[in-house]
Write a protein that binds this ligand. Structure first.
Ligand SMILES: [Zn+2]
Length: 285
């Protein structure tokens, strides 16, 4: 049995500089806060306005909760699911690094009862699932896989970010499954990625419509800097010139979000998971 199909909308709530790997080495909290320049504190109000009455999963980078404790408060007060993206944004495929990051986010995760995790760059290893479980997580959304996939990993669940299969395949869905040439060559188009949304928003709206008709609930990722324009700066211009492949991440996707909210039912990932689990617990006749 399955619950009513809907778009599982998620926002990885992170500073703009999280796009660029050379800032991973900057560890001083004050420098990182200065680099954000108040953007993540300002953007939240506009994003909550844009979401209006629709509810989403917002996976927060924990350092933002330290800089601006208002941000997680506003997310929860508006009725959205608050999840963890990471404490400091960098690749966390390595489980020792993930464990250290999870320890750093303990306080605010506990305060808000966080149960959902989205790995930075959608990069995770199989060994991460028992670790996340031991830290009280219920689910992760940290691989790419065809919509409608729900994987059990021990007591944890994995709700993948959506891909569209151009041809049938029956391989086991084992982590990592990030946005890579391997995925594309295997005939999978990761339309749940905001990079793809930047390139072909219209096409993705029609894919979503088809998925919902098939009874699937697509998982989409967006970012704050795609919904609210970050202030231009010489640093950002230089970073983009050095990383032109990242430019689609900065295209304004608020019209896309508006279309999604206008045309389709939307829910947080946790709501969908809880409904699915409750439905399947009932004895079948
Ligand atoms: Zn991220």
């Amino acid at each position: 049995m399955s619950v009513s199909p809907r778009v599982l909308l998620s926002i990885d709530y992170e500073p703009v500089f999280a796009l660029f790997r050379h800032y991973d080495r900057v560890t001083d909290p004050k420098t990182r806060r200065d680099m954000d320049g108040g953007f993540t504190a300002r953007a939240i109000d506009s994003i909550l306005d844009q979401l209006s009455d629709s509810k989403a999963s917002i996976y927060l980078v924990g350092e933002i909760a330290e800089w601006y404790p208002d941000v997680p408060q506003k997310i929860v007060a508006a009725g959205h699911e608050l999840g963890l993206h990471c404490q400091f944004h960098r690749p966390l495929v390595n489980v020792d690094q993930l464990a250290s990051d999870l320890r750093d986010s303990s306080a605010w995760r506990k305060q808000y009862g966080v149960q959902g995790y989205r790995a930075p760059m959608v990069g995770i290893s199989e060994a991460a699932y028992p670790l996340l479980e031991s830290y009280g997580f219920q689910y992760s959304s940290s691989i790419y896989a065809p919509a409608g996939t729900l994987l059990k990993k021990g007591w944890m669940w994995e709700i993948p970010v959506s891909t569209w299969r151009t041809r049938d395949a029956h391989e086991e869905l084992v982590a990592p499954r990030d946005f890579s040439f391997k995925l594309l060559l295997g005939g999978e188009f990761p339309y749940g990625s905001s990079f793809s949304i930047g390139l072909m928003a219209r096409r993705i709206l029609s894919i979503i419509e088809e998925e919902l008709k098939r009874g699937h609930s697509p998982v989409l990722i967006m970012h704050p800097y795609e919904l609210v324009t970050p202030p231009s700066s010489a640093r950002l211009t230089r970073d983009l010139m050095r990383n032109p492949h990242l430019i689609p991440f900065l295209w304004d996707k608020s019209p896309f979000l508006r279309d999604v909210l206008k045309n389709f039912p939307v829910s947080p990932l946790k709501t969908y998971l809880d409904e699915t689990l409750a439905l399947n617990e009932q004895p079948s006749r």
